[in-house]
Design a binder for this molecule. Structure first.
Ligand SMILES: Cc1cc2nc3c(=O)[nH]c(=O)nc-3n(C[C@H](O)[C@H](O)[C@H](O)COP(=O)(O)OP(=O)(O)OC[C@H]3O[C@@H](n4cnc5c(N)ncnc54)[C@H](O)[C@@H]3O)c2cc1C
Ligand code: SF4
Length: 502
């Protein structure tokens, strides 16, 4: 019987992050493992609510109160099993998810701090590794049917594992040189060390999944060839079309880049260097894109911007400004605007923010300033107000508020415009909608029969937890399309949206 008063005895507490002065000299994860006693106390704060709203917050439908209680009682093997029943890769979500489940935790209703669900999750996931819980699952007799998965991010990998475990022959095609999608070269090691991906890839390979890296579907292998080889295709190509600002004067200057250009270059250096202090990051053509000794301006306020901030400090930036168009959000939930249990608009402080840099809110870039040689030397900004008029965003600069910030490196982290326009789309006869995403029918098929879609490619730039949920659900649909016996779990349908007040 769970402890109904645990939250009265124990305060919410996370493990202490590694000291800033130490962690910015390396690329290791920010959080050390939590002590067993701390995690037991935190799991004890869960009331095992009769109606656990954390479930509704989580697209995977994770059995949160169950595994909290199993951790409280020290039943770790059962906790590992319960967690994996709904989530293929809890070590990814436990480290990286913004945790909509915590925003929906019932403790938040009464003014209490929510249960540290995500931290309990990551400790169970790591316990699985320590206890051999990542051993490959036994795979049933082959169904004789074969599936191609295009893209090896969390959506593609979750689908591949589900389908292989149902007896289908699965091949994952990835155009990059390594498996993992954005987890591999988008997200820096200080948030997710890459051995976590490698372990899962080894598990999937042992379960029969074939991996083909360096294969760009639509270029190296045509859609027709792929359809000839397999009975069904899942497209999980992500939403990697970065938003740009071509109208801003000075955009073509050297030193102004898409954030992902910087992150991928930096993460590749870390991948090549292991744990050591990496060499400077460069683009494939040799252009340096390293922040060392430079004044960096990051434009944008989300995950990508925070990742650029952490990378810039580890590379030894002289100074960093992070600019946001919108005013500083409130520090706590505004119940009028975002009532519990919805996801609130609040100031989000990532660990990267305590490592330095200046956040500047309610400003817009007016010009990237030329040093006279075609290299950026500054960013001219103005204070702005942002309003919605007739459904459109109207940004108004305040007269006389302009100033210049020094900038040798400018990184655009202003969002994504859906999946990339690439040959594969036309070859499969699939089109991008107004959001740049690919629509799915209720059974996850695109306009092309036998071609399914999942993850960011379908949803638009989103979260790992949604990618895994969609990958699992699309796998269930493919299993049924192939005439597989029984059903696979489908936690979401293509129309499912996050919890919202209206
Ligand atoms: C910098 C950054 C930080 C983020 N941080 C977080 C975070 O902390 N928490 C969180 O929950 N989410 C985060 N996200 C979002 C999260 O990474 C994505 O929502 C998730 O990775 C989407 O998974 P996916 O499988 O749909 O696609 P992706 O991970 O984008 O993978 C798509 C893969 O498809 C491959 N591909 C594309 N076209 C082809 C082709 N023609 N042939 C072969 N392969 C192809 C690509 O190379 C890529 O590897 C972050 C995103 C970014 C950009
Ligand atoms: S809502 Fe919070 S307290 Fe209730 S079961 Fe979920 S984690 Fe536990």
């Amino acid at each position: 019987m769970p402890d109904p008063n645990g939250f009265l005895r124990y305060e919410r507490q996370l493990p202490a992050r590694r000291p800033v002065a130490v962690r910015i000299t390396d690329w290791r994860e920010v959080y050390p493992p939590a002590g067993a006693e701390l995690i037991r106390e935190q799991a004890t704060r869960c009331m095992d609510c009769g109606i656990p709203f954390c479930h509704d917050g989580c697209p995977l439908g994770n059995r949160i109160p169950d595994w909290n209680d199993l951790v409280r009682t020290g039943n770790w093997d059962a906790a590992v099993e319960s967690l994996h029943a709904t989530n293929n890769f809890p070590e990814f979500t436990g480290r990286l998810c913004p945790a909509p489940c915590e925003a929906a935790c019932v403790l938040g209703l009464g003014g209490q701090q929510p249960v540290t669900i995500k931290q309990v999750e990551v400790e169970i996931a790591d316990a699985a590794v320590a206890r051999g819980g990542l051993n490959p699952h036994p795979v049933p007799a082959s169904t004789g049917r074969s599936v191609a998965v295009v893209g090896s991010g969390p959506a593609g990998l979750a689908a591949a594992q589900q389908l292989a475990r149902a007896g289908h022959a699965v091949t994952v095609y990835e155009r990059d040189d390594a498996i993992g999608g954005l987890l591999r070269y988008g997200i820096p090691d200080f948030k997710l060390e890459k051995q976590h991906i490698d372990r899962r890839v080894a598990q999937l390979a042992a379960e029969g999944v074939q991996f083909r890296t360096g294969v760009n579907i639509g270029v190296d292998v045509t859609a027709e060839e792929l359809r000839g080889r397999h009975d069904a295709v899942l497209l999980a190509c992500g939403a990697l079309q970065g938003r740009d600002t071509p109208e801003t004067p000075g955009r073509p200057l050297r030193g102004v880049h898409q954030a992902m250009t910087h992150l991928v270059a930096a993460n590749r250096v870390v991948a090549a260097a292991g744990d050591g202090r990496p060499a400077p990051a460069v683009l494939p053509d040799g252009t340096p894109i390293d922040a060392a000794g430079r004044h960096v301006v990051i434009i944008g306020g989300g995950d990508t911007a925070a990742d650029c901030l952490g990378v810039a400090h580890r590379q030894g930036a002289a100074g960093v400004h992070q600019l946001d168009l919108y005013p500083e959000p409130p520090h706590g939930r505004d119940a009028e605007r975002d009532p519990w249990p919805t996801w609130p608009w609040v100031l989000r402080n990532y660990p990267a923010h305590e490592e330095g840099g200046d956040r500047v809110f309610a400003v817009a870039v007016q010009e990237f300033v030329d040093d006279g040689t075609g290299q950026v030397k500054g960013v001219r900004i103005a204070e702005v107000t942002v309003e919605r008029r007739d459904g459109r965003r109207v940004v108004t600069a305040l007269p006389g508020s302009e100033r210049e910030l020094p900038a040798d490196l400018v990184l655009l982290a202003i969002g994504f415009e859906g999946t990339e326009e690439q040959p594969l789309l036309a070859q499969f006869g699939v089109t991008r909608n107004a959001r740049g995403a690919v629509d799915a029918r209720p059974d996850w098929q695109t306009d092309a029969d036998g071609v399914f879609v999942a993850g960011d490619m379908h949803r638009g730039a989103s979260l790992i937890v949604w990618a895994i949920a969609e990958g699992r659900a699309a796998a269930a649909a493919i299993h049924s399309y192939l005439g597989g016996i029984g059903t696979l779990p489908a936690p979401v349908d293509p129309a499912r949206q996050p919890l919202a007040a209206r």
